[in-house]
Design a protein around this ligand. Structure first.
Ligand SMILES: *[C@@H]1O[C@H](CO)[C@@H](O)[C@H](O)[C@H]1NC(C)=O
Ligand SMILES: *[C@@H]1O[C@H](CO)[C@@H](O)[C@H](O)[C@H]1NC(C)=O
Ligand SMILES: *[C@@H]1O[C@H](CO)[C@@H](O)[C@H](O)[C@H]1NC(C)=O
Ligand SMILES: *[C@@H]1O[C@H](CO)[C@@H](O)[C@H](O)[C@H]1NC(C)=O
Ligand SMILES: *[C@@H]1O[C@H](CO)[C@@H](O)[C@H](O)[C@H]1NC(C)=O
Length: 903
């Protein structure tokens, strides 16, 4: 039982592994001489290819196995085997058809195990082929998935278990995200100290590379590795920048995707009712964990949240009849109630959910977000037990007014029933695994929905077609709304995206057009089309569950057609794995959530599930008996089965980027550019050099002269926030923040009008808050927006703002690769006491006789020099000659009078 011991027990396993690796390796009948995993992520769509090359080392033919694990959320899209120059491609067919055609294989039980569900996040793909004496075989499996944003990050999970140490082992990950990568962390069971020097991470602004090249020795000596080599996950967690609230719009070849995840919004108070199963089956650990989670969740409620608690078995008990505010007193009382929840009788889900719905329906919902959370571990066994009837009852009672989330605790629940009930009511079904971290799973789920930022979100795409879901009842901080669609005839000019939603106290509207592509970008790009297909199929699968009769058939047909076209293995399709003549083909089905594997020779996954979790997955060969005391070792915050060596601080991977580049890509250093972001499209090295210069960078301003041909000019240090214009008579103020680089104008300008209206401009767009509603538009739009007191006209990257007697035009420039704003006063406000940089009056000067470098300005002699300035008040931005004067002379009062601390 070497396997079990070496993998299961830390220190002892390590010692044994060291002793046994070398000889075992030599004795092997077949050798995986190369194992590569290559993952490419673009716009959060990940395509992963696993390639395994195996040699038969003996002089007779033998069966060689390919056995890998992939994320459940992914669709397999390709599989092929190459033997002696001949390639055998897997063929995706309608499930029934594949089944019929290959009944022979199926009846022998050979298809049962080809893909099966293991644990929380993975599926296992397993096949084998007979390879002739001293011959080789190459297996190649491709799968695709859209990474979902949870709690502020995306996670790409790669599971590596080649089954033996491999001489040529590689994991390569390439991530390309146009808006820029905010952070990138590597976690998972393979991210340990022993393997740290095998990982390189290179993170440019919009691209990142992760390489994991452990040596053969490292593969057998690391934590959770042994005689069988690596066994564990590499999890690449990252998030992207969001420069605008509107998010990220991408287009390629007539398809678009919109990622929407604003975070700069106030939280909306929520009305939440927790419905907790206290039936007999919750006895013991489950009840304890539920109490623990509930206490923590109650502690996290905000004071303006309202909440209710319902427990149920055969009867339904409410903590209080109505929702109550989450203040100190109520929370204390509720916690005391939660501590005393004990399991009792049968399960009346119907009555409990109806009670929760009634409570929420009675509570006012204006300005808040309501949600219902059901936690149960079993089927309805009392009261209404007809599943269809329950679905109908609940759907009618909720009436789409708020989402219902269903958490199924353990493997005994009828998950299909719960999932359907959640989907029908705008929520999701989630399984909670009976494991030591169940309380954390519950809290984790709650965290995802804890901070509603928007309700009634409508995503509108003018000029888009075949859209994925566009209406969402709620949007939570840390999550993301993704919509994809087609652009008929690739008519990008006509395409406009708009988001309309309710924020805490007002209606918000964002709109944008597609970015004009930088020509530098040369993507091969079917990925947005495939992303669209993936998302469409996922949503059709959810829809199909809720329908019946012909509507169901129609949706099924639609999904099936897409699956066949894109080669996705889904619940409607199967892949026929063809093999050399004389061998039976196999059929790969996508397993359903919670589906157990039906192969008697394998361990019971029901029990090994207890030892699998989110971050690290134990080899399925292990049964509970092989890991004495492992449940205790998992403590560690529930983040996975990790012993102390497995938890790494982030800094262990924060390589100095420049250094990493030099090391791993010597020819690459100069190309270390952000191709997508023109603002940063220069080598990092250059940027560094400029910081050593001693002249402090400035922005030059022109000041008109009265009665003289040559204007004056002066310099203001960059990055300052300036007071541009104040008209106290009309309660109008305008401030601007200079950019960081020399001559880079303003990066931000804000106009305040009366106490409640604001116009914020930056290089991405304009946000207008009229005191009630907030509207966002990007610079590329044409807008004519008028309210009682404000007129906004946007065209050709010029924003014309008229407020009271003032008219200002703010222009968007792009010069030397830098975008910036420049305001021009077209109509000076009337009245007294107008101040600000823009309000400086023209200056009269005379040249002092004989000395050309002195001017007499308002009776003072000032040293000046002949210089030039760019006149940004006109579009052509000509270079004009000017007399450069000291800042103090230009601003008279001194700079302090013209700066502000806050825009
Ligand atoms: C990974 O796969 C992509 C797409 O097939 C390919 O362009 C890239 O070169 C591969 N990377 C490596 C390191 O093999
Ligand atoms: C939303 O999340 C971001 C970080 O991801 C945080 O800065 C912000 O404060 C959060 N908003 C609320 C209302 O909690
Ligand atoms: C997109 O929608 C149009 C009709 O609006 C339909 O003709 C076309 O087949 C659809 N395309 C796909 C791939 O579903
Ligand atoms: C989205 O919501 C709006 C407003 O409630 C409605 O008019 C529209 O039909 C909905 N769209 C879809 C696809 O359900
Ligand atoms: C804000 O939006 C609502 C809903 O469209 C509208 O009824 C209201 O008049 C708007 N308020 C202002 C000040 O424009």
């Amino acid at each position: 039982m070497m396997k079990g011991v070496s993998v299961g027990v830390g220190l002892l396993g390590l010692l044994l592994a060291c002793v046994t690796t070398a000889p075992t390796d030599k004795n092997r009948d077949w050798d995986i001489y190369s194992f590569h995993i290559n993952s490419t992520v673009t716009s959060r769509y990940a395509t992963t290819i696993i390639t395994s090359r195996v040699a038969n080392r003996i002089d007779q033919s033998q069966e060689i196995e390919f056995h890998v694990k992939i994320p459940k959320n992914a669709f397999i899209s390709k599989f092929k085997m190459t033997i002696e120059g001949q390639t055998y491609d897997g063929i995706v067919k309608q499930k029934e058809e594949a089944q019929q055609q290959y009944t022979q294989a199926v009846s022998r039980g050979q298809s049962a195990g080809i893909v099966s569900s293991v644990g929380r996040t993975l599926e296992e793909f397993k096949t084998s082929v007979t390879v002739a004496a001293l011959s080789k075989v190459t297996f190649e499996l491709t799968y695709e998935e859209l990474l979902k944003r949870r709690l502020g990050k995306y996670e790409l999970l790669i599971h590596a278990r080649p089954m033996q140490p491999v001489a040529d082992f590689k994991i390569d990950v390439y991530i390309n995200e146009r808006p820029g990568i905010n952070f990138l962390d590597i976690t998972g069971g393979l991210s340990t100290e022993a393997l740290a020097n095998a990982i390189t991470k290179t993170h440019a602004s919009s691209e990142a590379w992760v390489h994991f090249y452990p040596s053969k020795e490292q593969q057998s000596q690391c934590e959770s590795c042994g005689e069988q080599g690596l066994n564990g996950d590499l999890v690449i967690a990252y998030d992207v920048h969001r420069k605008t609230s509107m998010g990220d719009l991408n287009e390629a070849k007539g398809y678009f995707v919109h990622h929407f995840a604003p975070s700069n919004l106030p939280r909306i108070p929520k009305n939440v009712v927790f419905i907790i199963d206290r039936s007999g089956s919750m006895h013991g650990r489950k009840m304890e964990q539920t109490r623990e989670a509930l206490l923590k969740i109650l502690g996290d409620l905000a004071e303006d949240d309202h909440f209710g608690l319902i427990t149920f078995d055969s009867s339904v008990s409410t903590w209080r009849k109505e929702l109550l505010p989450a203040n100190q007193d109520n929370l204390e009382a509720a916690k005391s109630f939660a501590r005393h929840i004990h399991e009792r009788g049968a399960t009346d889900i119907n009555a409990a959910v109806l009670e929760g719905t009634a409570m929420l329906n009675r509570h006012p919902q204006e300005g808040s977000a309501s949600l219902l959370i059901l936690l149960t571990d079993g089927d309805p066994t009392t009261g209404e037990t007809n599943l269809e009837k329950i679905h109908e009852n609940i759907k009618e009672a909720i009436g789409k007014k708020f989402p219902l989330y269903c958490l199924g605790f353990g493997m005994d629940v009828n998950f299909d029933f719960l999932e359907k009930m959640a989907l029908e009511n705008g929520g999701v079904g989630r399984r909670i695994y009976t494991d030591s971290d169940a309380a954390l799973q519950l809290q984790g789920f709650y965290e995802e929905v804890a901070t509603p930022l928007l309700t009634d979100v409508q995503m509108v795409y003018l000029g888009g077609a075949n859209l994925t879901q566009t209406n969402f009842s709620q949007y939570y901080n840390g999550s993301e709304i993704v919509v994809a669609g087609q652009i008929p005839d690739n008519n990008i000019e006509m395409f406009t995206a708009e988001v309309i939603a309710i924020s805490k106290s007002n209606r918000v509207m964002y709109s944008d057009t597609l970015p004009t592509k930088e020509p530098i970008e040369a993507r091969s790009d079917s990925h947005i089309q495939r992303l669209w297909a993936y998302l469409t199929v996922k949503q059709l699968l959810d829809k199909e569950v809720q329908l019946s009769g012909t509507a169901k058939e129609k949706v099924k047909k639609e999904a099936l057609d897409l699956c066949l076209k894109y080669g996705f293995v889904t619940p409607f399709t199967s892949m026929v794995v063809t093999k050399p003549q004389g061998e039976d083909s196999q059929v790969a089905h996508k397993p359903k959530e919670g589906e157990k594997r039906i192969q008697s020779s394998q361990v019971d996954y029901g029990s090994s599930l207890h030892f699998l979790n989110h971050q690290v997955h134990r080899a399925p060969e292990l049964s509970a008996r092989n890991i004495p005391g492992s449940a205790n070792k998992r403590g560690g915050g529930g983040r996975g089965i990790m012993s102390s060596g497995g938890l790494m601080s982030r800094s262990d991977y924060d390589y100095d980027v420049g250094h990493a580049v030099q090391q791993s890509f010597p020819d690459f250093a100069m190309d270390f550019l952000d191709f997508n972001d023109p603002l940063r499209a220069h080598p990092t090295k250059t940027t560094m050099r400029t910081t050593t210069t001693t002249v402090s960078p400035v922005q030059r301003f022109l000041l008109p002269a009265e009665g003289q041909a040559l204007p004056l000019c002066y310099d203001i240090p960059v990055a300052l926030s300036l007071r541009l214009l104040i008209d106290p008579n009309n309660d109008l103020a305008m401030n601007g923040q200079l950019g960081q680089s020399p001559s880079a104008g303003y990066q931000k300008i804000v106009i305040h009008y009366r106490s409640d209206q604001h116009i914020g401009l930056d290089t991405t767009g304009i946000t207008f808050n009229d005191g009630q509603n907030t509207t966002y538009f990007s610079w590329s739009l044409k807008i004519n927006h008028e309210t009682d007191s404000v007129s906004l006209i946007l065209r050709d990257k010029e924003m014309d703002v008229t407020i009271a007697s003032t008219r200002v035009v703010i222009m968007l420039y792009k010069r030397n690769g830098i975008k910036f704003l420049w305001p021009v006063l077209r109509q000076r406000p009337t009245g007294e006491n107008i101040i600000g940089i823009m309000a400086l009056p023209p200056v009269a000067y005379e040249e002092v006789q004989g000395i050309t470098m002195k001017l007499k300005i308002q009776d003072k002699e000032v040293d000046v020099s002949r210089d030039s300035a760019v006149d940004l008040s006109v579009r052509s931005a000509p270079n004009v000659a000017c007399w450069l004067m000291p800042l103090q002379s230009a601003l008279l009062g001194g700079l302090a009078d013209f700066t502000v601390t806050q825009l």
